[in-house]
Design a protein around this ligand. Structure first.
Ligand SMILES: Nc1ncnc2c1ncn2[C@@H]1O[C@H](COP(=O)(O)OP(=O)(O)OP(=O)(O)O)[C@@H](O)[C@H]1O
Length: 256
């Protein structure tokens, strides 16, 4: 595509991993990864790729192994078998070292420092405060307030603003939507999409399949710790029934 001045129009970074002939090298990758608790794997033989500029959704019923996968990617759980690669290099580094490489891991539990003000929470994120407020202007009047007094949705916004303002090279977002109003969820997901469009690599763990597939480029569906379906989100949007059936069969197996 060219502009009227004949200069090639900038391509959104978000499509780099998908549309160019040679996809960008993965920023984060697992090869034949098995991971779990003690010596018992709950995720088996996982091959997952996360490239710059893309949002990848990780879907599956409760207990499928999504959080376990994300914790392994974050460096909180060590592989039992197989490996995790960050920027093409095998790593067993803990989270704080991966964070130095630009990885941010956000979960519902680790959301905010409750005793600090919203402003102090943003300061701790290392990103610019103005940037946070650009992302979520609704945080401005809440800045002096103690974070513990904010609503669940406001706390999630704070968490995400803090993570996104630092322009993470990799964002692992586990269950951002838990308990959020639909409109807040939509804002959070759009902010996540925008982070990928600026070149970040985003892994999004989500219970809301349709919402996740709206903003994702690709998705993996886990069932009992194994990938049972994967593909481009635009294709999977037409296969929601099939995805839901994997959820149902997981539930049947779980009650056997
Ligand atoms: N700390 C732990 N110790 C032992 N087993 C665990 C631990 N955490 C999770 N598990 C087990 O590992 C399996 C996968 O759990 P995981 O939390 O990864 O699933 P999930 O897909 O993220 O589920 P949810 O959607 O409910 O968060 C489950 O059977 C769970 O009981």
């Amino acid at each position: 595509m060219t502009t009227t001045s004949g200069i090639p129009a900038p391509q959104p970074v978000g499509n780099v991993g998908l549309s160019s002939e040679r996809p960008s090298p993965p920023r984060l990758e697992t090869r034949d990864l098995s991971v779990g608790y003690g010596s018992t794997p709950v995720v088996h033989d996982l091959n997952l790729v996360l490239r710059p500029g893309e949002v990848v959704a990780l879907l599956g019923v409760n207990g499928a192994g999504k959080t376990t996968t994300v914790r392994a990617l974050a460096g909180e759980l060590r592989p039992l078998r197989g490996e995790v690669l960050f920027d093409g290099r095998r790593t067993t580094a803990p989270l704080h070292r991966r964070a130095r490489g630009g990885l941010r891991y956000i979960t519902e539990e680790r959301s905010v420092f409750m005793d600090l003000s919203a402003a102090d929470n943003l300061r701790l994120g290392g990103g610019e405060r103005e940037r946070c407020l650009e992302l979520f202007p609704e945080l401005a009047p809440l800045l002096p307030r103690r974070a513990g007094l904010l609503s669940g949705g406001e706390q999630q916004m704070l968490t995400l603003a803090r993570a996104l303002a630092a322009d993470p090279r990799v964002l692992l977002a586990d269950e951002l939507s838990l308990g959020l109003a639909p409109l807040v969820l939509e804002r959070l997901l759009l902010a996540v999409r925008a982070a990928a469009d600026r070149g970040g690599a985003v892994l999004l763990v989500e219970q809301h399949v349709r919402d996740a597939l709206e903003v994702a480029d690709r998705a993996y569906v886990l069932s009992h710790g194994r990938v049972v379906l994967e593909g481009e989100a635009r294709e999977l949007r037409g296969r929601i029934g099939e995805i839901e059936r994997t959820y149902l069969s997981s539930a049947e197996l779980a009650t056997d």
